[in-house]
Design a protein. Structure first.
Length: 311
C-alpha cells in the first residue's frame, strides 16, 4: 500500500499540495498532522530527508534545514523565508568585518544583505590558508587598511590585520594581543577588558587583547580594580608606510596683535557636558552608552561620560 501511496518524489509533492495548499489561507493543523503520520514511514523507506523536505518542497516560504532560495533569508523564530534585509541600522559601517573570523557569524545573522549571505543558499566556507602578517607594525596601522593610499600595500604586508584572509585558530593561539600591546593597554586602562563595550564578549577579549587583559590560563578577563586615566585614549604613532610630514614654515610674528575676546568655556574631557536636545539620562536609556561603534568613545566620555560610567 505504501508503494501505491507514494512511488516517487513527484507523487509525494502532489500529496503535500493537497494537504498543504499554497493559496494564502491558514493551513489546517489536523490535516497536516495526518499527512505527516501517513507519509513519514514512506519517506523513511524511500530514504528521503528526515526534515520532511518532501512535504515542504512546494512551499518556498518555509525554511528547509534553515536555508532559503537566493535573495531570501530564514527567520530563525518563525522558520519562514522572507526578503533578505539587515536587522540593525549600522551594517554598512561594519561591511569590512563581514569575513572577519571573530565577527563573521554575528554579522551574517544581523547584516545578511550587507554581507551577501542571501546571494547563495548556504554560506560558502572560507578557504583556510596560511594567514599571517609580514610586518610587526600591522596592528598599529589597522586604521589605514581601507585608506586608498595604503590599501594595496597593507593587503600584501598585513593580510591578517586587514581581514584579507582568515587565520586558522587553534586552542593554543586563541589567547593573544591581536590588536598590539600598546592599544590593548589603553583599552585595559579604560576598563574595557570587562565591560565588553568595544570588545565582542570574553571570547573576543581573549583573542584581541587576552594577554594584556589577563584572560590567558583560564583566568577571567580584566583587572580586579579598573583604573581610568585622565585624558583621552591615545592612538599609538603610525610607522611606515605613512609619508613624513613636511615642516610648516610660518611668517614672523606681526608687531600688531589683535585683542582677544572673552575666554571661552573650557569643557572637561570627561563628564556630562551635553547641551543639545535631550539629556544624558535619555542617551543612556536608549543604549547609546554601549554603542561605541555608533558613537566614538571620546565623544561619549566628553558629553555623557559621567552618566555612562566612563569617568
Amino acid at each position: 500500500m505504501a508503494s501505491s501511496l507514494v512511488q516517487t518524489k513527484s507523487a509525494c509533492i502532489k500529496v503535500s499540495e493537497r494537504a498543504y495548499p499554497l493559496n494564502g489561507k491558514m493551513w489546517q493543523p489536523v490535516v497536516l498532522l495526518l499527512v505527516i503520520a501517513v507519509v513519514t514511514p514512506v519517506l523513511a523507506a524511500l530514504g528521503i530527508s528526515k526534515s520532511y523536505e518532501c512535504i515542504f518542497f512546494t512551499n518556498p516560504s518555509v525554511c528547509i534545514n534553515d536555508q532559503c532560495g537566493p535573495g531570501l533569508m530564514c527567520d530563525q523564530e518563525t522558520k519562514t523565508c522572507e526578503q533578505c534585509k539587515d536587522r540593525i541600522p549600522w551594517c554598512e559601517k561594519n561591511k569590512g568585518h563581514c569575513k572577519h573570523h571573530v565577527y563573521e557569524k554575528f554579522l551574517a545573522d544581523r547584516c545578511p544583505a550587507t554581507c551577501g549571505v542571501c546571494e547563495v543558499n548556504t554560506l560558502s566556507p572560507i578557504e583556510e590558508v596560511e594567514c599571517v602578517d609580514k610586518s610587526r607594525h600591522c596592528s598599529r596601522n589597522v586604521h589605514n587598511c581601507e585608506n586608498p593610499k595604503f590599501k594595496k600595500f597593507l593587503e600584501e604586508k598585513c593580510p591578517m590585520t586587514c581581514h584579507i584572509c582568515k587565520p586558522r585558530v587553534t586552542q593554543t593561539d586563541q589567547c593573544s594581543d591581536f590588536w598590539g600591546s600598546d592599544m590593548c593597554e589603553q583599552l585595559k586602562l579604560q576598563g574595557l577588558c570587562t565591560s565588553f563595550i568595544a570588545l565582542p564578549g570574553e571570547a573576543g577579549v581573549k583573542e584581541l587583547c587576552g594577554i594584556t587583559c589577563g584572560c590567558c590560563d583560564g583566568q577571567p578577563c580584566g583587572p580586579e580594580e579598573l583604573v581610568v586615566p585622565s585624558g583621552r585614549l591615545v592612538e599609538p604613532p603610525v610607522d611606515s608606510p605613512m609619508p613624513p610630514m613636511k615642516p610648516v614654515i610660518r611668517p614672523p610674528f606681526p608687531d600688531y596683535v589683535k585683542p582677544m575676546g572673552p575666554p571661552r568655556e573650557v569643557i572637561p574631557e570627561c563628564g556630562d557636558n551635553f547641551r543639545g536636545k535631550g539629556s544624558c539620562a535619555l542617551f543612556k536609556k536608549k543604549g547609546y552608552c554601549e554603542k561605541i561603534g555608533f558613537y566614538g568613545i571620546d565623544s561619549i566620555r566628553k558629553y555623557c561620560g559621567k552618566t555612562c560610567g566612563l569617568c
